[in-house]
Design a protein around this ligand. Structure first.
Ligand SMILES: [Zn+2]
Length: 230
């Protein structure tokens, strides 16, 4: 695919091999403002790629370098998520400035780009995640409107479990323990539950541990096992 080089000075060296993809929304009023910030030395943030609303893809940081997009994070035993991941910023104003559906052409580019990255680095679907999955206490992106099913259909991300009808009846603390075993940071409990729902049951994100949330988590644990414990 055609990629426009727009270099950012904000990167350093990786300390881990590439095993993850982290998807974000930009969360700024315009795409131009986001590009300016992601290439501003003083802002000290970046991503490897940015996908505009019209589907044009920009390369900000070379994949072999460590971009600065995840911040303090944790996923299935990995704490230095920036070292382990490739970060993709998707232009969208986000919850703060008017969260809206991602245009179809933008999603086509996100899917194509993710496909190339996953194939190039042999990344497991369980490690193609949202920023909110790896930093639930701080982040909501790419949010409940992101069409994970488009990635899942191509085997690039884990699909929502279909047979999630057996409620294991866990207590809330047992659910949280299971959530941590699966790979989420649960230090902010309600935020962790919301992040889980935003990814796996986006039609109701209320932070309440209910039977459907328990059933989905049970199916995921059975299918994908435990992430490494911290
Ligand atoms: Zn983000």
């Amino acid at each position: 695919m055609e990629i426009v080089n727009t270099p950012s000075p904000n990167f350093d060296d990786r300390a881990l091999p590439i095993t993850m993809v982290v998807l974000h929304y930009t969360g700024m009023k315009t795409g131009a403002a986001a590009i300016e910030r992601l290439t501003d030395r003083d802002a000290r943030v970046s991503s490897h790629y940015l996908v505009n609303e019209d589907g044009v893809v920009l390369r900000l940081v070379e994949e072999r370098k460590r971009a600065w997009h995840a911040g303090a994070a944790w996923w299935r035993g990995i704490r230095d998520v920036n070292s382990a991941s490739i970060g993709i910023e998707i232009v969208n104003p986000g919850h703060e400035f008017g969260y809206r559906p991602f245009p179809a052409g933008q999603i086509v580019s996100v899917v194509q780009l993710t496909n190339e990255i996953v194939k190039r680095h042999d990344i497991e679907p369980i490690n193609v995640v949202g920023h909110s999955d790896v930093a639930p206490g701080r982040k909501q992106d790419p949010g409940e409107l992101f069409p994970w099913d488009k990635l899942a259909k191509l085997g690039l991300a884990v699909p929502r479990p279909e047979s999630a009808h057996v409620d294991p009846g866990w207590s809330d603390s047992a659910f949280l323990l299971a959530l941590e075993r699966f790979g989420y940071d649960i230090s902010d409990k309600e935020a962790a539950v919301e992040a889980f729902q935003r990814r796996w049951r986006p039609e109701t994100v209320d932070g309440t541990i209910d039977g459907q949330s328990r059933a989905i988590l049970l199916q995921l644990l059975l299918a994908y096992g435990e992430g490494r414990t911290r």
